[in-house]
Design a protein around this ligand. Structure first.
Ligand code: FAD
Length: 253
């Protein structure tokens, strides 16, 4: 999404546990510029790695940037953010966003899982449109959204599972023109895009549905940066899965 040239050096200055699965990281990022788009995000590259993971800009003030990181079972950023990362120096890519309600939108509907909660909090705080939220989160985060937010908290059907596609199909849609924003697990998002196009007949300008993460069987975490192997694999036209399979074979995993 962003080239290396646009990366900023960051320093983690604070780490707070917001809830069981949410960690807030404050970073000093000299030169950071917000786009002003309410769901804006940055890419995060943790020290010693090269792969980018994306995180919503929860807030910023001057050079200080805050992201809220979901810590799940295992993962590159999950592993790093679960430990004491204060003083670490990740890289941050330039901010970008996609929330773009039409000028005549009279309301907002926001739907998402825990990874979408930071963006939904910023959208509801930054928009004057009447807004309803459906948030599928396992943690108690009642104070996370601005006071008075019209929110329906939903428990995930099972660990690592989501029932959001079904929730969206049952929404009592408001009258008139509005804007639907949603983010979460990619397979759920694909189902919802189909529903919005086929059942609701919405033009693409009336909604923004983003896959924020992909439920895949996890692969072995690596202690070293395998960038040269990854680049060589890409030059040979291999997929990520083929590259990692070759890497694991070569390292006896
Ligand atoms: C535009 C955008 C904005 C985002 N904003 C945020 C944000 O503000 N906060 C946030 O926490 N995430 C956010 N995400 C999602 C985040 O980038 C992914 O969840 C990312 O894969 C996490 O990286 P990781 O290194 O921890 O795990 P990875 O190394 O990417 O994945 C390891 C394993 O964990 C699984 N996995 C990945 N994410 C999750 C999850 N959320 N729950 C359960 N299992 C998972 C994968 O399927 C894989 O098997 C955003 C994504 C996008 C595209």
């Amino acid at each position: 999404m962003t080239t290396r040239g646009q990366r900023h050096a960051a320093v983690v200055t604070r780490r707070e546990q917001v809830s069981a699965h949410l960690v807030r990281l404050t970073m000093s990022v000299p030169g950071f510029e917000s786009t002003g788009i309410l769901d804006e995000w940055v890419g995060l590259v943790v020290p010693g790695q090269f792969q980018v993971r994306y995180y919503t800009v929860r807030s910023w003030a001057g050079d200080e940037l805050v992201v809220d990181v979901v810590v799940h079972d295992e993962g590159l950023v999950t592993g790093w953010a679960s430990g004491d990362c204060v003083g670490d120096t990740p890289e941050i890519t330039a901010a970008q966003g996609s929330f773009s309600p039409p000028d005549d939108a009279a309301w907002l509907l926001l739907v998402g899982d825990l990874t979408a909660l930071p963006a939904m909090a910023r959208i509801v705080a930054g928009s004057e449109l009447p807004t309803r939220i459906w948030a599928e989160v396992a943690d108690d985060l009642t104070g996370y959204l601005p006071a008075g937010t019209d929110v329906t908290w939903l428990a995930p059907p099972a660990d690592g599972r989501s029932g959001l596609a079904e929730v969206v199909e049952g929404i009592d849609w408001p009258e008139g023109e509005g804007y639907f924003w949603m983010a979460g697990e990619s397979a759920q998002m694909r189902a919802i895009r189909k529903h919005l196009m086929r059942e609701r007949g919405l033009p693409t300008s009336a909604y923004d549905v983003m896959g924020y993460w992909r439920a895949v069987s996890s692969r072995q975490l690596r202690a070293v940066d395998p960038e040269p192997i990854w680049r060589a694999g890409k030059e040979r036209g291999l997929s990520d899965e083929q590259i990692w399979a070759d890497y694991d074979r070569a390292h006896g995993v």
